[in-house]
Structures are given as C-alpha cells and as structure tokens.
Ligand binder design. Structure first.
Ligand code: 5AD
Ligand code: SF4
Length: 442
C-alpha cells in the first residue's frame, strides 16, 4: 500500500498556498492523501505566528503528535511555516516528536529535504531555517484544494516593518517572482480548468520594486486580466500607502479583476497609525477610499483593524470607530493587538490591559456587524453574478457561490444542475451580516 500524508494548515492564504505546494511535492513522491492525520505516514503542520492565539493552538497540535510518534516512530512529523522559522530550535528541543523543521524559505526545496531525510539511515532531526533572498521559483507541483480557484504567490516577504508585525522577521525581505513565471503558472491553471486566481503577497502593491520596476503590479494585473479562460482575478494584500490611483483605474477598467478592495487600515487614529509605522494618515486613507468609490462605485471595501495597540487611548479608539462608520466597510477583520517579541511595539511600555482590549473589540465588532448588514441589505433586489462553489457546508440542497466582491451567496437547488466554477446570476432576496440569500436565474 502506498504511503500517505496529512497537512494541517494554520494562518493566511500564503500558508494555504504553501501547504498545497508541500502536498504537490509529497504527491510527486508517491504519497497519497490521508483524511485522518492519525493514519498518515507523514504529518506536516504548517504554522503561523502572527498572533499569540494562533501559536497556542499550534503548540497544542504539536503536542498531540507525541502519542502518534510514540505509537509508531517511523512516522515523519514536519513543522513548517512562520513559527517553525521563528522558534525552530526551541520547538525541536521541547517537542522531540518533531523530525523536520522547514522554514519559510524552504517550501520549494521541501521535496529534496524530505527525500534525503527518509532515505537517511540515521534519521537526524534537522532544521532548515536560513532565509534565502532569492524568489522561490515554483516547479509547478501543487495539490490544489479547489478545482476552480487557485492561489498564485507573486512575491515573498515584506519590507514594511509595521511595528506590531512579526512577518518581516520570519519571511524576510521582499522578493518578486518574474512576470513570465507567474503568467506561465496561471496559463497552465486555466488550461486545467481553473477560473479564478488570487495573486498573493504580503504587500502586492510593491510587486517588482525589488527589481526597480515601475507600476509592475498594474502591468501584471493587466497581463493576467488578458489570459484566455480567466474569469476572476483577486489579489491580496494591498498596502494603502502604495495603492496608486493608476492601480485603481486599472482595476476599474479591467474585465476580470474583482471590484473588491481589501485595504487594511489598522487604526483610525493618526497617532497610532504613525506609531504602527504604516506610512499614511487617516486623511490620505479616506482619500484613497473616496478615489476607489469614484472609479468603482459598486466596490466592495474591506479592511483589517487592530485594537489595543500600545498607547491606544479611548480617544484614539473613538477615532477608529468614527472612521469605520464613515467608510462603512463591507467586512472588517478585527484583531486584538498581540505582543510579538522582537517587534518594536513589544518594547513599548503603555501596553493596553486585556480587559480593555476585549471591550474595545466588542464595541468595534458590534458597529461593524451592523455596517456589514447595511451593506448587504443594499444588495437585496439586485441580480448578482456568482461563481458557483458547490453545495453549502451543511445542506446539500442549498448551493453556494461568491460574488465579484467575495460575498457568500446561498440559493436553493430547485431541480437544476449547476457546474462548480461556472458563473450564474442569482437574484438577491435576503441579507444577513455574513451572507446573502437568493434564487438562481434562468
Ligand atoms: N497583533 C494583532 N494583529 C496583528 N496583525 C498582524 N500582526 C498583529 C499583531 N501583532 C493583523 C493585522 C494584519 C492581519 C493579517 O493581522 O491587522 O493586517
Ligand atoms: Fe506585517 Fe505590515 Fe508587512 Fe503586513 S505590511 S506583513 S502588517 S509588516
């Protein structure tokens, strides 16, 4: 019987993409997918360290591997991703069940690392955590989870050093993939039937800057927009400081680039935005939103917000609430500030007590939930084009899809067949905070 693998993924879309690439390399080596990690010969945990809450969960999962390894020492336990990069040596010391630590710059050469480990007699535990500075060119081995939507990394690392964020330390400096290799990968995906791509990078707006190119992201988007067979182009994440008017206009004029703008504001207070080293002011950010709405009136605008950054007063937080109300986001991903040691903000003395952070998060979420509902209610009565994703999570008679703005839409099956990955018009009849309900049009 052939050997099997199971991958447990945590964190962002870049990690999901990396996990699909790990899976592709294991599949190339003849490993099949095991539904249950207890049964798998290889378990790979792809980790995230952006917040302490993620780390705690992951440590619990690594702990679970102890019994699995004890019961069958020939199983291979790999820990990859950002936490592996940050704390590899400590993890290996604390959790002897781990065999391999795969840092963030070793996704592409995982196959060689893994093969050399399984073929070695001594089975020395190893750490691969040097941060190479070359872009990792893909060899095209993926086991993609979706049959119609593909993640496509366009750059690695981050140069921004927002003062709260650990990412630049664990993913290194910005390295862009070449336009040719990105286009080749997307062309291949479309030939395989993929309809949607999401271009990934920590700050996609600075794509190509490391190679001294100008407007490289706009140029890349234009080229991807023209690839035959592509239906939808998404990208994340944008940095508001680097989102130019030229880019907004490119998106407005495009055929397939989604009219969804995810522009993380993080805070509405100029004092806090500055302390976060974000490089824009509240006024500049609001001007960007106004520009987006000028060129793309039906744009879906979403954001990330951190509450309780060190030194955030009630007045600063009120400024965030006020900005959130003014922009009226479709969705805001809200986070409690998590102190990451090694980052500049961790050294700031005025840390906000947890109870205050929680209370602020609740107030922010209440306001945002209401705004999300208002934005969704405005769509009732409209006919929206969705990309069909398949039966909904808990009811095979209700199907689901997403709008151009990435809103989840549900509709009853109603004696019809739908093709996953195809476009369908749905008339919106009801709105909730997190989803829309409607009926499929002929
Ligand atoms: N604490 C809380 N949230 C954080 N983020 C990044 N670092 C931290 C941190 N230390 C959030 C930011 C970012 C999102 C991906 O995660 O809002 O945009
Ligand atoms: Fe972190 Fe800022 Fe880079 Fe995003 S842009 S990964 S928040 S440092």
């Amino acid at each position: 019987m052939s050997k099997t693998y199971h991958i447990i993924n945590y964190g962002c879309q870049m990690n999901e993409s990396d996990s699909e690439h790990f899976a592709g390399q294991l599949a190339d080596l003849g490993y099949g997918y095991a539904q249950d990690f207890h049964q798998a010969d290889v378990v790979l945990i792809n980790t995230c360290c952006v917040r302490e809450s993620a780390e705690k969960k992951i440590l619990g999962k690594i702990g679970e591997m102890k019994a699995i390894k004890a019961a069958n020492p020939s199983k291979v336990i790999c820990v990859a991703g950002c936490m592996a990069q940050k704390d590899g040596e400590k993890l290996l010391r604390t959790y002897p069940q781990i065999d391999l630590i795969i840092g963030t710059a070793h996704v592409n050469n995982f196959r060689a690392i893994f093969q050399s480990y399984v073929n070695s007699k001594k089975k020395d535990k190893k750490i691969f955590s040097d941060l190479q500075n070359d872009p990792q060119e893909f060899d095209g081995s993926f086991v993609r989870k979706s049959s119609f939507s593909a993640w496509v990394p366009i750059m690695y690392g981050c140069n921004n050093f927002c003062t709260y964020c650990i990412v630049p330390y664990v993913r290194g400096r910005e390295r862009s993939r070449s336009k040719e290799s990105i286009i080749a990968e997307i062309t291949k995906a479309t030939l395989q039937g993929f309809k949607e791509v999401t271009l990934l990078g920590q700050n996609v707006n600075s794509y190509g800057n490391d190679q001294k190119q100008v407007n490289a992201f706009s140029d890349l988007l234009k080229a991807v927009d023209n690839i035959p067979g592509i239906e939808r182009v998404r990208y994340m994440t944008s940095h508001p400081r680097d989102m130019s008017e030229d880019l907004v206009r490119t998106i407005a004029a495009s055929k397939h680039i989604c009219k969804h703008f995810h522009i993380p504001v993080q805070s509405g207070s100029n004092k806090i935005i500055k302390a976060m080293n974000r490089g824009y002011t509240r006024e500049q950010y609001l001007e960007l939103v106004a520009n987006i709405r000028k060129y793309v009136p039906d744009a879906v605008v979403t954001t990330d917000i951190i509450v309780g950054f060190p030194g955030e007063t009630e007045e600063d937080f009120a400024a965030t609430l006020q900005l959130v109300d003014e922009v009226c986001y479709d969705v805001a991903y809200t986070f409690i500030y998590s102190k990451r040691s090694g980052t500049p903000a961790a050294k700031l003395t005025e840390q906000v007590p947890l109870a205050v952070k929680k209370e602020r998060l609740n107030r922010l979420m209440e306001l945002q939930n209401n705004n999300s509902l208002v934005r969704n209610q405005a769509l009732v009565g409209k006919v929206l084009e969705v990309l069909v994703e398949g039966p909904s999570y808990n009811n095979p008679n209700i199907w689901s899809g997403r709008t151009d703005g990435n809103k989840l839409v549900l509709w009853p099956l109603a004696d019809r067949k739908y093709t996953i990955g195809a476009k369908l018009n749905v008339k919106i009849e009801a709105a909730q905070t997190w989803l829309l309900k409607g009926s499929a049009q002929a």
